[in-house]
Design a protein. Sequence first.
Length: 79
Amino acid sequence: PLTRVFVMVVALLMLLGLWLMLTRTRIGLVIQAALTHPEMVEALGHNVPRVFMLVFGSGCALAGLAGVIGGITFITEPS
């Protein structure tokens, strides 16, 4: 059905967007550096706990989007 194609297209767009953001932008470089060398990133003036909080919040937002889109296609029942 078309809803499954829609879910697949949205998932691919989210994957492409995340990949581009993490590899091509400054925020992606800060995130990658904060994961490997948090002390150096902090010394350069970035707030590492805030970076981690924003990454966690973005992950929660993506999970919410996946739930909304998946709820249209996959029926969830308690039984």
